[in-house]
Design a protein around this ligand. Sequence first.
Ligand SMILES: NC(=O)C1=CN([C@@H]2O[C@H](COP(=O)(O)OP(=O)(O)OC[C@H]3O[C@@H](n4cnc5c(N)ncnc54)[C@H](O)[C@@H]3O)[C@@H](O)[C@H]2O)C=CC1
Ligand SMILES: O=C([O-])C1=[NH+]CCC1
Length: 329
Amino acid sequence: MAGPPAVIWEREVEGLLRYRELVPRLEEALGKFSSRDPAEVIQPVRTTVPLQKHHGFMGLMPTYMENKGVLCAKFVCFYKREDGSNLPSTQATVVLLDPEYGNVKAVRKTLLNTGRDPLKVMDGELITRMRTAAVSAISAKLLMCPEAEVLAILGTGAQAMSHYNVFTEMFSFKEVRVWSRTGQGSERFCRSVSGPVTACVSAEEAVRGADVIVTVTRCTEPVLFGQWVKPGAHVAAVGACRPTWRELDDVLMKEAVVYADSREGALTESGDVILSGAEVFAELGDVINGTKPALREKTTVFKSLGMGVEDAVSAQLVFDQWEAKSCKS
Ligand SMILES: NC(=O)C1=CN([C@@H]2O[C@H](COP(=O)(O)OP(=O)(O)OC[C@H]3O[C@@H](n4cnc5c(N)ncnc54)[C@H](O)[C@@H]3O)[C@@H](O)[C@H]2O)C=CC1
Ligand SMILES: O=C([O-])C1=[NH+]CCC1
């Protein structure tokens, strides 16, 4: 390393990342990923290392976008923390590298002026929260029925909050319901959000009649059952990112048309897909590219696992904004 990396902390990421700029970049990235053009995106399924002693996993998520000149890796640790633990359940760091020289030679002028090395390291937690929620919102934009009125969120943690924020920014639901396993979780959530939300005492109460359902829990057994889900509803299933973990039951997985961010990712990592034997109908990028239809009239599940390309375009956006700000000051 030629010098100290530029380090961009969470507070700075917070000031730079906005859904209105992030969402179009993610839509473009999902389409490019699904085109399977190696000049657009090379992104293997993440490598996962168990941290058995700490009930967690470390995922390494590398991505190369040749045409955009973006080389990125995210290190994400995620844990199955017990309720009551105040340690975060997801921690992430994103590293952007210069694809031509690795990290050493292609020092940009602005960075030369500040004496910084082109390696950029940034906090990845907020990027992970915002890009995951934004991709779920893209799934809803593509797959929910046009007259959707009721949104239900199962879980009240960090992802629940980012999902609430982007779904209420992008859509006009008449009612937002939330459910947490613990009453304190729902109370804390309702106090923290800026808009109206109804806390429900059971997951069933939250989802009955809902048009859009977001599952953002750390559970490893189903928490959402097909018999509760209104025909034609759209489900964005974000938790259960290990092959033995579930959020959705077999009935829902088999009745719904299943979309994923990455087909390979879903078939390798999603307990909901693997254990139910459900077929992945399409990737979101296929719908964006027009190669697969958006079956809005059917019950749909978007199984989100999270992709490196989402982190890469988010981190590049943060860096572009950060650099523009640094040049001004
Ligand atoms: N698809 C993706 O791209 C990503 C998925 N995730 C996953 O999303 C999930 C939520 O993440 P965070 O909001 O950061 O976690 P968090 O720890 O902040 O919140 C988790 C929520 O799940 C609830 N919960 C825990 N065990 C439960 C159970 N057995 N039944 C019902 N609810 C339960 C907790 O009470 C809490 O409301 C995790 O599984 C995480 O691994 C996280 C980042 C990206
Ligand atoms: O994409 C991601 O960062 C993650 N997916 C599951 C846990 C973290």
